[in-house]
Ligand binder design. Structure first.
Ligand SMILES: NC(=O)c1ccc[n+]([C@@H]2O[C@H](COP(=O)([O-])OP(=O)(O)OC[C@H]3O[C@@H](n4cnc5c(N)ncnc54)[C@H](O)[C@@H]3O)[C@@H](O)[C@H]2O)c1
Length: 370
């Protein structure tokens, strides 16, 4: 395991040195996060495009390494942020784990279950900690919804729906052609955008038992889907839906709706916009009651400023920083992080089931065979 400088900025825990692999849109975010956290610092970056690593190092005060081996050889790097395209996460992560580095892996964990399993195994064998980014689990509205579910306030779950209907231009796909490809992207709007709230849906509703899905490429010259709709049956017996798009102008706030026999909570862009509990209502008539939207009882969390609906660069760092801080605490306390490799694998499995169902035009049951 790599050596650590003792004493973070608070003088207590170790100071963790970060290496960033893949210096595009999200690589810069990880360098920023490492600079922001009191017990982390940004050390070095590498990219197969050398000028990108140099630029990131210049922008955030680290060093550019010519290749992955030289970054992994650095004793002052003990955490590696894997920020390469979707289908190049496991390959980089496995090498980093074998070099004794802890891992922050961007979503999705990779694009096949076999690749996900290789990465999870490598981290386990090496005894390093790994988290797969699902930063919205740390949004205030999600934290509160999950607390309410744990407390049983929503009763027995009956429906759960996730909607990430965003907009991306042709220039977004043109700037990084892997984003529109099966080979390195592993899919389109679902695996790259909808996956954020698909993970939240699983986190809140539990595992999915069956999916029936339709995907289409409606508005872009790409080989993967830019619109996707799936009907879900959860293992609990609840039902729901999962919608993703990069073709819906101008891009709507991402939305999660969870309903149980005890009421409904709706989260939009990380904040609770509907919180209706049967137990908190007076007498309810045969036709139910009116919903209090936006800013009603229980509304909490970040403002809409963090949404990536029309611009991924508009997503704020706060939730990423919270997830990375949790990984560092997991390292220091020798515990599992809040979001594990297994969590990353579960949402990938749901994504792959949706694609298989759309391809076969037939229902697909989970778990999938890997
Ligand atoms: N959590 C979020 O909100 C969020 C937002 C955007 C992107 N992402 C994820 O981050 C990852 C990167 O996305 P992006 O938009 O930053 O992509 P990007 O194309 O902007 O950057 C990827 C970089 O990786 C480099 N690269 C490719 N293969 C490499 C390899 N084998 N070794 C080293 N460098 C390599 C490329 O040259 C490029 O600079 C994707 O998996 C994406 O899904 C997450």
């Amino acid at each position: 395991m790599s050596s650590l400088t003792r004493g973070g900025a608070d003088g207590r825990g170790p100071l963790h040195g970060f290496g960033v692999v893949g210096c595009g849109v999200i690589g810069a975010r990880h360098a920023q996060v490492a600079k922001t956290l009191p017990n982390a610092h940004f050390v070095a970056a590498t990219d197969i495009a050398a000028e990108r690593a140099k630029q990131l190092a210049t922008d955030y005060g680290g060093e550019a390494e010519p290749d992955l081996d030289s970054l992994l050889a650095r004793e002052d790097v003990d955490v590696v942020a894997v920020c390469t395209p979707n289908g190049a996460h496991s390959e980089v992560g496995v090498r980093a784990a074998r070099a004794g580095k802890h891992l922050v892996v961007e979503k999705p964990i990779d694009i096949t279950l076999a690749a996900a399993d290789r990465l999870i195994d490598a981290a386990q064998v090496a005894g390093v900690k790994m988290t797969v980014i699902s930063q919205h689990r740390f949004d205030a509205g999600l934290v509160e919804l999950h607390r309410m579910l744990d407390a049983g306030q929503l009763g027995r779950l009956v429906m759960g729906d996730s909607r990430v209907k965003w907009y991306r231009t042709d220039a977004y796909f043109g700037a990084a052609p892997w984003r529109g490809s099966w080979a390195l992207g592993g899919g389109g709007a679902l695996i790259s955008q909808g996956i954020h709230y698909a993970d939240l849906l699983l986190w809140c509703m539990g595992p999915v038992a069956e999916v029936m899905a339709t995907c289409a490429t409606a508005a872009h010259d790409i080989e993967v889907e830019d619109v996707e709709v799936a009907v879900l049956r959860f293992a609990s017996g609840a039902i729901g839906s999962l919608e993703s798009a990069t073709a819906v102008f101008p891009g709507f706030r991402e939305r999660l709706e969870v309903s149980g026999t005890g009421g409904t909570v709706v989260v939009e862009d990380g904040r609770i916009v509907v919180r209706e509990l049967l137990a908190e209502h007076g007498e309810v008539g045969p036709y139910g009651s009116r919903v209090t939207e936006a800013g009603g009882a229980g509304a909490s969390g970040a403002s809409g400023a963090s949404s990536g609906a029309a611009d991924p660069a508009a997503i704020t760092n706060d939730a990423h920083a919270a997830q990375v801080a949790d990984l560092l605490a997991a390292i220091d306390e020798d515990r599992e992080p809040a979001v594990t490799g297994a969590d990353g694998r579960s949402v990938l499995e749901l994504v792959l089931a949706v694609y298989e169902s759309a391809r076969r035009n037939a229902p697909v049951t989970l778990p999938l065979r890997s």
